[in-house]
Design a protein around this ligand. Structure first.
Ligand code: ADP
Ligand code: MG
Length: 690
């Protein structure tokens, strides 16, 4: 049998030289299998030639004809303009980027076939930058849909198609990917080579909607295997961790009790239950791995505080990590207040702590003189040495992503000991997803809010009524309340988001001269952000215009009004998080979702869910149900796993089967299980080597 394509390095493929190989390695393509797993983004139908006379603006067409002229045109922008002619008509082909060689080549091309989108231009119907090849009468048309691949700098669409075509040709000659899943576990029994073949070469009658949405059986077959690989890896990680030693703690003592007594409020039943679960775990000789889910404002921080005291009572240090400076700083303030009276020392480390100050903190941590260390991911840089780290607490976990979390565990390992780990998240995750994302952890849930809060009411208002909303802000702030005005924009672009916030703030300053309007966004210096937050907290700023940076960590009970602009751009989970910044005191709070009309049916439905409920878990479940494939959504709530094919929301229906297949494979075919994992996971921390 020929070598399976799985392990054949790309260097062995014809047409791949060292330079290209290096580029491929950079994007994670090392084997021929990886080339096959580089899946199309979409497809084009190039199986039929359209007569030029019948080509219409706005459609993509394949045309064939003679090049009858090819000259440089000096219009508004210099371009190369060629005309293609068949018996039915004439089409202009325009190139804004071209070389002298290309000009000559095209001028003498004779008969060509080209593909592109027809548009109306200065020369009538035109195609900008068509793909074209010279043909003879016998050149066949493709008999399948043409895949369009994601490209990166330096590797063209053409090149990728060529590489895939070569590997597919090898498959036709009998080489193959290894089938790693026994038939009865496979999704619909589909063989991997068949699935791969179909995805790259879909027959013309294939269901393209399904292919694009990822619901085509061939893609589902691949998604299943990918989810399986992920599940196996998490389970193996858990096994590895449980084979390590933990630091078994004694039952909590006097300090623990006195912190509890001195809080100034009664813990809720849910907090007490979760505290008991955490304390029990840490008294065991294996490392704790616990995920604590609790809605915004449910009081997770105090659980973390008590756990750190528990560790301290056993002479162990605690590291508390938060994803942003603002959040870390809030924790630092809270923890210091709780712990200082008990004689427990707190250290602080973030990216902005530098030089001498940083060295001081590092010394405190290394000598063990700091009992609890709070910070951002700066905590896990190489030069941070703990004397005896016993507990790691990671807040707002979804911001970090699963693999970062796994990598962190390594950091805490000393010899064969691993610290206990408590991961806290406010993103409510439906149970089925928890199973898949956190198969390596136990979970605890705080499912009630502290008493005495009036739930936030929410209204949905079109931005044509913006003036009314501004009035409302004015009257709320005049009577002593504070408000947030949250600007959202294209999520990918932080720069644009900040610009929008600046513009909005300027406008509101003008409209509300009697108020003190503040601005906070992600591009400000950490010190600047902290100063603004402190002013807002002290009541000096009435209205705070913000980007979504305020999503986590801000705790200002006097803020009772929040306006969210363009809420339709965000995911429900994120909106829920944002809204959790108000309703922190006993006064009635209100949230206005200021949408931009017109709103699609699904968006409407989604925003209604927020108006109707403040229960994060309910909202998450509804979100999952409403999300249809076509609708573009805001930030994903499913964590930061970069799947190649799978989509946890779309493929939710198969998670149960994935889970049982993973359990059986690990138990009965451990080698097979590892092979599946290795196929899909390329980074070492994904491979359970933690
Ligand atoms: P989150 O779970 O969102 O991190 P926090 O821990 O920040 O919530 O708690 C939100 C607020 O509720 C804080 O001001 C905290 O002191 C307060 N809090 C926590 N637990 C209780 C409780 N049992 N009773 C009253 N207030 C509480
Ligand atoms: Mg919190």
């Amino acid at each position: 049998m020929a070598t399976p394509l799985d392990s054949t390095p790309v260097e062995e493929l014809k047409g791949i030289g060292p330079a290209l190989a290096t580029k491929l390695h950079k994007i994670g393509i090392a084997s021929l299998q990886d080339i096959l797993f580089h899946l199309p983004l979409r497809y084009e139908d190039r199986t039929r030639v359209t007569p030029i006379g019948a080509a219409q603006a706005g459609t993509q067409v394949v045309l064939e004809g003679e090049v009858i002229a090819c000259d440089i045109s000096h219009g508004r922008r210099r371009s190369l303009l060629a005309y293609l002619e068949d018996t039915t008509g004439r089409m202009a082909l325009r190139f804004f980027h071209f070389s002298r060689a290309q000009q000559n080549n095209l001028a003498n091309a004779g008969r060509i076939r080209c593909f592109g989108e027809v548009r109306r231009g200065a020369a009538g119907l035109e195609i900008y930058h068509p793909e074209y090849t010279r043909i003879s009468n016998a050149t066949p048309l493709p008999d399948h849909l043409t895949p369009v691949y994601p490209t990166t700098e330096g590797i063209s669409q053409q090149k990728i198609r060529e590489m895939v075509a070569r590997v597919l040709a090898m498959m036709e000659k009998g080489q193959a990917l290894s089938e790693l899943i026994a038939e009865h576990y496979r999704y619909q029994g589909i063989e991997i080579n068949d699935a791969i073949q179909l995805v790259h070469r879909p027959p013309t009658d294939a269901n393209t909607d399904q292919l694009l949405a990822g619901t085509h059986p061939a893609l589902q077959r691949l998604a299943f295997e990918e989810l399986l690989a992920h599940q196996i890896s998490l389970r193996l990680i858990r096994e590895t961790i449980q084979s390590k030693k933990g630091h078994p703690l004694r039952a909590p003592l006097a300090d623990y009790q006195s912190l509890k007594d001195g809080l100034g409020f009664e813990l809720t039943a849910a907090q007490r239950r979760v505290l008991a679960e955490v304390a029990d775990d840490m008294c065991k000789p294996v490392p704790m791995l616990r995920l604590l889910q609790g809605d915004v404002g449910s009081g997770k921080t105090v659980v973390a505080g008590l756990a750190s005291v528990h560790a301290r009572e056993n002479d162990l240090q605690t590291a508390v990590m938060a994803p942003t400076e603002i959040l870390a700083e809030q924790h630092f303030i809270n923890f210091s207040q709780w712990l200082a009276p008990l004689g427990i020392t707190t250290a602080w480390l973030s990216g902005k702590v530098k030089g001498k100050k940083r060295n001081e903190q590092l010394a405190l941590i290394a000598s063990g003189n700091a009992d609890v260390v709070i910070g951002t991911h700066a905590l896990f840089q190489d030069d941070v040495e703990f004397k005896r780290l016993g507990l790691m607490i990671i807040d707002e976990q979804h911001r970090f992503g699963v693999h970062q979390r796994l990598a962190l565990r390594e950091k805490g390992q000393k010899e064969n000991f691993l610290p206990h780990q408590l991961v806290m998240t406010a993103t409510p995750i439906p149970r089925t997803l928890t199973m898949s994302l956190y198969a390596d952890m136990e979970t605890s849930v705080i499912d009630e809010l502290p008493p005495g809060r009036s739930p936030v009411t929410t209204s949905i208002i079109a931005d044509s009524r913006r003036d009314e909303v501004v009035e409302r802000v004015k009257s709320a702030c005049s009577s002593g309340a504070q408000a947030y005005w949250v600007c959202t924009l294209i999520e990918e672009s932080e720069a644009l988001q900040c610009q929008a916030a600046e513009a909005t703030a300027a406008q509101l300053v003008e409209q509300l001269p009697e108020l003190n309007v503040g601005l906070i966004h992600g591009r400000m210096h950490a010190g600047e952000k902290t100063r603004i937050m402190a002013e807002f907290k002290a009541g000096k700023i009435n209205l705070l215009v913000a980007t979504t940076v305020i999503e986590v960590g801000v705790d200002v009970p006097n803020a009772t009004l929040m306006i969210i602009e363009n809420p339709e751009r965000l995911g429900l989970a994120q909106l829920h998080q944002l809204r959790g910044r108000i309703g922190r005191g006993s006064a009635q709070s209100h949230c206005v979702l200021l949408y931009h009309a017109p709103l699609g049916q699904i968006s409407k439905q989604r925003l209604n869910v927020l108006r109707e409920s403040t229960d994060g878990f309910y909202i998450a479940e509804q979100d999952l149900q409403i999300r249809g494939p076509g609708e573009l959504l805001g930030s994903r709530q499913s964590g930061a796993i970069a799947f190649k094919v799978a989509d946890l929301l779309r493929d939710n229906h198969m998670l149960q089967d994935v889970r049982s297949a993973a359990i059986e494979l690990i138990a009965h075919q451990p080698r097979q299980a590892r092979a599946i994992m290795a196929r899909w996971m390329t980074r070492p921390e994904e491979l359970g080597q933690v």
